[in-house]
Ligand binder design. Structure first.
Ligand code: FES
Length: 201
């Protein structure tokens, strides 16, 4: 016979995971993605006021994209593979702002990978055209996106394209790279979205 306390605990954990990964329907959760657990340390009320969100990266699968909610916006966390990182360096000529000169990121993400750590890409998952949620399209050379498609994010609303560092392609409606929120790491596997050591938040 089931232990009622254990059942209740399991149900609570399932609810938290769904809140962390399932409330932003349609955001690019694809392939063999195994959602890693976003531990929603702040209360629901605190989160809605914009409190930082802690994410445990322990079980993050290479190539997987997970979405959490921060300040009512989807925030993507992409665990990039070494192949994805290699591809980033090969298509600057196709990009509108390859060096991230526009102020779309904290200073610590103004680099070749637009991130604190190359292996994890953290970005607000809203197109800089009209704010739709792009889809995750890591499939380089996809037939519908062209031979020179290096993998990235595609916004079906009006056709904007972003690479796997959120850099916008030329000649699309979106004017800017995807926005990078403030974030920091507390140890190897704990990511905190919404705060950083510079005091941004
Ligand atoms: S909202 Fe993304 S292309 Fe228009």
């Amino acid at each position: 016979m089931n232990n009622p306390m254990a059942v209740s605990q399991n149900a609570r954990q399932r609810r938290l995971l769904l809140q962390a990964t399932g409330t932003l329907g349609g955001v690019g959760l694809v392939g063999t993605m195994v959602p890693f657990v976003a531990s929603m340390a702040p209360s629901e009320a605190a989160r809605s006021r914009g409190a930082p969100v802690e994410v445990n990266l322990d079980t993050a699968t290479l190539g997987s994209l997970v979405t959490i909610a921060w300040r009512g916006k989807p925030v993507w966390i992409l665990h990039r593979t070494s192949d994805m990182l290699d591809r980033l360096g090969r298509h600057d000529r196709l990009l509108a702002d390859p060096l991230s000169k526009e102020a779309q990121q904290p200073a610590y993400a103004r680099n070749a990978t637009r991130s604190l750590r190359p292996d994890f890409f953290v970005a607000i998952g809203l197109c800089t055209h009209l704010g739709c949620v792009p889809t995750y399209r890591p499939d380089a050379g996809a037939a519908d996106l062209g031979d020179d498609w290096p993998g990235g994010f595609f916004c079906p609303c009006h056709g904007s394209k972003f690479d796997l560092a959120g850099r916008v392609f030329r000649a699309v409606p979106a004017p800017l790279n995807l926005e990078i929120p403030p974030y920091e790491y507390q140890g190897e596997t704990r990511l905190v979205v919404g705060q950083d050591r510079s005091g941004s938040a």
